[in-house]
Structures are given as structure tokens and as C-alpha cells.
Design a protein around this ligand. Structure first.
Ligand code: FAD
Ligand code: SF4
Length: 517
């Protein structure tokens, strides 16, 4: 068998990013890496029994009472060098690293973790960047407890708390950024072939990073005035500071990716216009930014808005600042409907904007909440009230049409539904009212309908997601690939990034074949 080595993966003097991903799932390659002298020696320095006896490190955090005063101060403060090395030393450098199987972009986890243990932090960051375009972002927002950490040997075989892979990822990425020696990945000489990404969220950013490395002329078109998609307009600064995203964007720009803002593909210009401009292929990653409502009586009253609108106003339009003329209602009794990340971000934002009572109203129990465990924990620390097993059924308003009360129905839990979560069931006659002056609806999102409705030949599912071949991310239109939330519905940053990488690999293959003809 042809074992991939770094040497035979050099294409035009650069490491081919796609093959690097294949490498990191190739068992023989992983074995070769694991047998490198430094790793063998490092394993010998501490007995496994001693490693597994160590306690998982705790992430230093800002004090809850202090942090709720600031919209833009990060809650997690990051590990110190000593903490990071201590945590990295818990990792057993397993012969069969099951953690990698849980990572949608197949980061070589033991390699980066062991680099931290031996103090080679820049090497650790380099390992992350072999397969992940946004490690500082993923280290902050990925649901590691459902991914790599859930498949770690500690979780699976020892029933112990896993290695804190997410914290270590963040540590390595932050260390590199703060060291001032941030490496810009090498790119192949330009092949002059123009490709476009539609939308500038994580799917497009990872697509753009891979395509530029392969030598393509890449332009990212974004409808909004800011680049970053949900990373900028959705996830608040107290979880993901904008400057972290900006550094990653600058890196892409240095590599040659072009960004065009305030440009709605399908309105500002059509795909036909772009083809005339010389674009040979497209990656559609327009996200799932269409808010859903519950369609219950009174939902149109003033003071009831979608989480998308609320978060976009605060995060992107400075609505919380009195110096800007883009106001947002700063409620005192705020109800946020839903139990996902969006709901958690909205309710914690409302608390920071001065709510006395900031409440989550969720129809299932805490165990079924889709939000990241850490976000729920942080919300609790910040004094967020959880009205679980509760569902709004009607809103009431004052004489000016401004919401002032809501009716809630208590729920119980029945058998699991298709998602595996226990189904909420109505408890008849259990209604009660609570006063509210702001309601934020965060009950899910739908795919952005613009591109599917503009491009008639595009095959779209009954949910409005673009249909693609799973292995290639290619749509029913050969030169159009798609990925991220527009394909999956609301999903996660890392899955969007994985799609971007897969689409890049397959678009490259498609274009090379097409242009050779
Ligand atoms: C508030 C919130 C919190 C979240 N928290 C987490 C979390 O903690 N962890 C996690 O993993 N995931 C989280 N998610 C989900 C995650 O952010 C998304 O799954 C991910 O951003 C999807 O990436 P994407 O690239 O597909 O699209 P998006 O990030 O949605 O980006 C799509 C972009 O396309 C642009 N666009 C749309 N149509 C056009 C057009 N026609 N022309 C040009 N541009 C267009 C949009 O303006 C947008 O900027 C959260 C989502 C939200 C809303
Ligand atoms: S499974 Fe856990 S212990 Fe084993 S290599 Fe991966 S992170 Fe380390």
C-alpha cells in the first residue's frame, strides 16, 4: 500500500490540504507519526496510571456578577501555559486515537496535544491548521462534549472526564496569535481559475482557505456589511470576540482570498452575471438565516422579535450602544423561547443589557436542551431563570400594542421522538401568565430561501435545503456545490467547515477534469 508521507503530498511545493485530511485519518500514517522519536520519549516520561489519575483542568472564567456588566468581555479566559501542559499530559497518546473519529475535520488530536505537552506550542497550532481553517473559533464554540471528547478513551473506556481537547485547541491557536509568529499557510501559484463562494460563514471560509491553497482565484460574496456569517452576527462577543474572527479573516486575505461585502448573489448580480465575469464554479453557503415563529396568537405585537433580529442588532449594528441610532428594546422582563445556542446567546445578551428577569422558556427538560452544556452552565451562573417544560400559547399587549404578558402552558415528557429526545406533551389546564416586556423567539431557523428560489433548476428538499451528493457536496447543477446550514438546516460551525473542505476537494477535481477537456 502507498503510505502517504509528507514528501509525496507536496504539490507544487505546498502541502495539499485535502490530502492532509486523508492523512490524518489514515491509520498507518497516524502510526508513523506516533512512532516519531519525540513522541515515544514523551510517552515514557509519565506512567499511564499517573496520567489517568490527574484531574481535568478547569477553564478560568470571569466572575459571573462582573461579566454580566459587559457585552463584549469573554467569559472563558483561556488556560495558562502550566494548565495547558498539565492537561495535555493526561492524554495517553493512544495507539488507536478514537478522539479523531469524533472530529468532523479529522484534526490529528494526539499530535497537537502532545506538542503542547512538550512545550512546542507553535507546532501544535500548525498541526491544527493542517485540517482546520478556524481553530481559535472552533476551540471556543464547538460542542466538543458531543464530538472528539465524547469519543476520547477516557470517556469511552474509563468512564472518566475526557481530555479537554477544546480548551487545548483554543490554547494553541491563541498562543500562536499572541506570539506574533502566526504562520500564513503557503499557497500554490495561481492557476487563474475564478471560483466564488456565496456567503461568508464558516463553510465558505474553510472552502476559500482550501481553494486558495490549491491556486484558485477565490472571491467570497457576502450580503451583509461584515464578513463571518453567524460567527459575527449571531454568536456574541462574550463567547467569541470579533477580533478572533478578524485575525482568521486577515489570514485568508493575506493568502489572496477576495471579500466582497454588501453583495447579494441572486439580487445584486445573478449567477449568469457572475459566469459572464469568468467564474467557473460556485460554492453556495448562504446559511439558515430565516427565523421561525410559533404562529400563536399575539406574536405580532411590538416587543416580540426573532433571535436573529435581536442578536444581529446588538452584535452587528451596535444597538446596545446609545451612540448608535439603531435601537433595540432593552427589556426588564425578558422571555426567550427555545433551548438551543441561539436561545442561550439571546437570554445572556438580554441579561447584559440590563434585564432584571431574563428567562428561558423551553418545552422540554434540561436534559433535552440542544445548547452546549457549557453555555447552559454559564447561563445558570449568570442568574438566568429556566422555565423548563413550559410552552408559550398566547401573548397580550397594552393599549399601544406593546407586549406586556404571556400565557404559558406546562408540559410533561412522553416517549422519545425521531430525534431521540423525549416528546413534550401538553398538561391540560396548567396555563399561567407571566409579565414580559420583551420576547425573543429562538425556536429554530430555516434555510435562506433566496438562492433556491432564484435558481429554478436547483434541486431543493421539502425543507428548502439544497440537495447535494453527500460524498461530493455537488448540487443538481454540476458547477454549483453547496454546504453548511443551507444544506443541513441549522447545524454547527465544524460541520459547516467540514462541508467547505469536502466541496473544495471535489470542486477541484471537477474543474480539473472539465478544463482538461
Ligand atoms: C446565535 C447562534 C449561536 C450559535 N452557536 C453555535 C455554537 O456555539 N457552536 C456551533 O458549532 N454552532 C453554533 N451555531 C450554529 C453555527 O453558527 C452555524 O451552523 C454555522 O455558522 C453555519 O455556517 P454557514 O457557513 O453554513 O452559514 P452562516 O454562518 O449562516 O453564513 C451564511 C452567510 O451567507 C450570507 N448570505 C445569505 N444569502 C446570501 C446571498 N444570496 N448572497 C451573499 N451572501 C448571502 C449571510 O448573510 C451569512 O452571512 C450558532 C448559530 C446561531 C444563530
Ligand atoms: S482518545 Fe483521548 S487519550 Fe486517547 S489520544 Fe485521543 S485525546 Fe488522547
Amino acid at each position: 500500500m502507498d503510505i502517504p508521507t509528507k514528501k509525496n503530498l507536496l504539490t507544487n511545493g505546498i502541502c495539499n490540504p485535502i490530502k492532509l485530511k486523508e492523512m490524518s485519518t489514515n491509520k498507518e500514517y497516524l502510526q508513523i507519526e506516533r512512532e516519531k522519536e519525540w513522541r515515544v520519549e514523551l510517552r515514557k516520561t509519565i506512567a499511564n496510571k499517573e496520567r489517568t489519575a490527574k484531574e481535568r483542568v478547569r477553564m478560568p472564567e470571569m466572575d459571573p456578577q462582573e461579566r454580566i456588566k459587559y457585552q463584549n468581555r469573554e467569559v472563558n479566559l483561556g488556560l495558562t501555559v502550566e494548565q495547558a501542559q498539565a492537561e495535555a499530559s493526561r492524554c495517553l497518546d493512544c495507539p488507536n486515537p478514537t478522539c479523531i473519529e469524533g472530529c468532523p475535520v479529522s484534526i490529528n488530536i494526539p499530535k497537537f496535544v502532545k506538542n503542547i505537552e512538550r512545550g512546542e506550542f507553535l507546532e501544535a497550532a500548525k498541526t491544527l491548521k493542517e485540517t482546520s481553517a478556524l481553530p481559535a473559533v472552533c476551540g471556543r464554540v464547538c460542542p466538543q462534549e458531543k464530538q472528539c471528547e465524547s469519543t476520547c478513551f477516557y470517556t469511552q473506556k474509563m468512564k472518566k472526564t475526557p481530555v479537554a481537547i477544546g480548551y487545548l485547541e483554543r490554547f494553541a491557536a491563541d498562543y500562536e496569535r499572541e506570539s506574533g509568529s502566526m504562520s500564513v499557510p503557503e499557497v500554490a501559484p495561481s492557476n487563474g481559475i475564478k471560483v466564488a463562494a456565496i456567503g461568508s460563514g464558516p463553510a465558505s471560509l474553510s472552502f476559500a482557505g482550501d481553494m486558495i491553497k490549491l491556486g484558485y482565484d477565490v472571491t467570497v460574496f457576502e450580503a451583509l456589511h461584515e464578513i463571518g456569517g453567524v460567527l459575527k452576527y449571531g454568536i456574541p462577543e462574550f463567547r467569541l470576540p470579533n477580533k478572533i474572527v478578524d485575525v482568521e479573516l486577515e489570514n485568508l486575505q493575506k493568502m489572496g482570498v477576495k471579500f466582497v461585502r454588501n453583495f447579494i448573489v441572486g439580487k445584486t448580480a445573478s449567477f449568469e452575471d457572475l459566469k459572464e465575469e469568468g467564474f467557473e464554479a460556485f460554492f453556495v453557503a448562504s446559511g439558515a438565516g430565516l427565523p421561525r415563529f410559533m404562529n400563536i396568537p399575539g406574536e405580532n405585537y411590538n416587543g416580540i422579535l426573532s433571535s436573529n433580529e435581536y442578536l444581529t442588532r446588538v452584535n452587528l449594528m451596535n444597538a446596545a450602544s446609545d451612540e448608535f441610532d439603531t435601537p433595540v428594546i432593552k427589556g426588564k422582563n425578558v422571555a426567550v423561547i427555545g433551548g438551543g445556542n441561539t436561545a442561550m446567546d439571546s437570554v445572556r445578551t438580554a441579561k447584559r443589557l440590563g434585564a432584571d428577569r431574563a428567562m428561558i422558556i423551553y418545552r422540554r427538560s434540561r436534559a433535552e436542551m440542544p445548547a452546549r452544556v457549557e453555555e447552559v452552565h454559564h447561563a445558570e451562573e449568570e442568574g438566568i431563570e429556566f422555565l423548563n417544560l413550559a410552552n408559550p400559547i398566547e401573548y397580550f399587549a397594552d393599549e399601544k400594542g406593546k407586549v406586556n404578558r404571556m400565557r404559558i402552558q406546562r408540559m410533561g415528557l412522553g416517549d422519545p421522538d425521531a430525534s431521540g429526545r423525549r416528546r413534550p406533551v401538553v398538561l391540560e389546564g396548567s396555563e399561567y401568565d407571566i409579565p414580559v416586556d420583551l420576547v425573543i423567539v429562538a425556536v429554530g431557523v430555516s434555510p435562506n430561501p433566496l438562492i433556491p428560489s432564484e435558481v429554478k433548476e436547483l434541486k431543493v428538499s421539502k425543507w428548502g435545503t439544497i440537495e447535494v451528493t453527500e460524498e461530493t457536496m455537488q448540487s443538481s447543477i454540476p458547477e454549483m456545490f453547496a454546504g453548511g446550514d443551507i444544506v443541513r438546516g441549522g447545524a454547527t460551525v465544524i460541520l459547516a467547515m467540514g462541508d467547505g473542505r469536502k466541496a473544495a476537494a471535489n470542486m477541484d477535481e471537477y474543474l480539473q477534469k472539465k478544463l482538461k477537456k
